[in-house]
Design a protein around this ligand. Structure first.
Ligand code: 13P
Length: 254
């Protein structure tokens, strides 16, 4: 069974009580759905999530960032090995909010991917253009440059990542790339992956940017859209479950 991957990125949201209610609701509603699912929680909540998610396999745990350093005098940073100790399966790397507000550039992202892979964590590598770049007709150039930096450092190990196309102008804005626009970029990324690895077809390329209960199905039906990276809609049990139900409808026999 070829399942779609739906990942919730909670960003800087949540509380001990809210997380518990959200995850309980998601675990209940997930039963019977054919979907690979995960939530990426803020670091301080990873122990809470690890405890809640043990003894089940329906919902994996992820983090939202990782240090590009291995260990040492880097105040405030969290290493990949530390994340690993909390049962982390995924880590988001190079999210546009990290690039925009924390000065992360392509070489940093590439090294973070390397650290995650080395620790046995699957990086979810985010690429995406700004509105200005799209208007200038530079979308493909930008996402290809961002992916090329990661391939350059990680070589054939690129087959171990999840790639997320998140147009910056669609994040948290209510604007979504049309299924055709998203598919076009995903197919460009797939082609680039094919040039780097024979395993390109099995790399999940997920879409993120205002994916919600009403637009998920048409996006997920696109041939190169293998799942979703969900922000706002991942914070409400019913919305997140509706997206996962749409993903389940798109699961195919492999
Ligand atoms: P929204 O779904 O809130 O637009 O956020 C998308 C995102 O940034 C996921 O990483």
């Amino acid at each position: 069974m070829q399942k779609k991957l739906i990942v919730g990125n909670w960003k800087m949201n949540g509380s001990l009580a809210a997380n518990q209610a959200l995850v309980r609701g998601v675990l209940d509603g997930l039963k019977g759905l054919q979907v690979n699912a995960a939530v990426c929680a803020p670091n301080v909540y990873l122990p809470q999530m690890q405890a809640m998610l043990q003894d089940q396999r329906a919902l994996d745990l992820g983090a939202q960032d990782v240090s590009l350093h291995e260990q040492g005098a880097y105040t405030g940073e969290i290493s990949a090995d530390m994340l690993r100790e909390f049962g982390i399966r995924y880590v988001i790397v190079g999210h546009s909010e990290r690039r925009q507000y924390h000065g992360e550039q392509d070489p940093h992202v590439a090294l973070k991917v390397q650290r995650a892979l080395h620790a046995g964590i699957t990086p979810i590598v985010c690429v995406g253009e700004t509105l200005a770049e799209r208007r200038e007709g530079r979308t493909e150039e930008v996402v290809k440059r961002q992916l090329a930096a990661v391939i350059h450092v990680n070589g054939h190990c690129i087959s171990e990542v999840v790639l997320a196309y998140e147009p910056v102008w669609a994040i948290g804005t209510g604007l979504t790339a049309t299924p055709e626009e998203a598919q076009q970029v995903h197919s460009v990324l797939r082609k680039q992956l094919k040039a780097a690895t024979e395993q390109a077809q099995r790399i999940a390329i997920v879409y993120g940017g205002s994916m919600n209960a009403s637009n998920a199905l048409t996006l997920l039906k696109q041939p190169d859209i293998d799942g979703g990276l969900i922000g706002g809609a991942a914070l409400k049990v019913s919305d997140f479950l509706a997206i996962m139900a749409a993903a389940s409808q798109c699961a195919t026999a492999s």
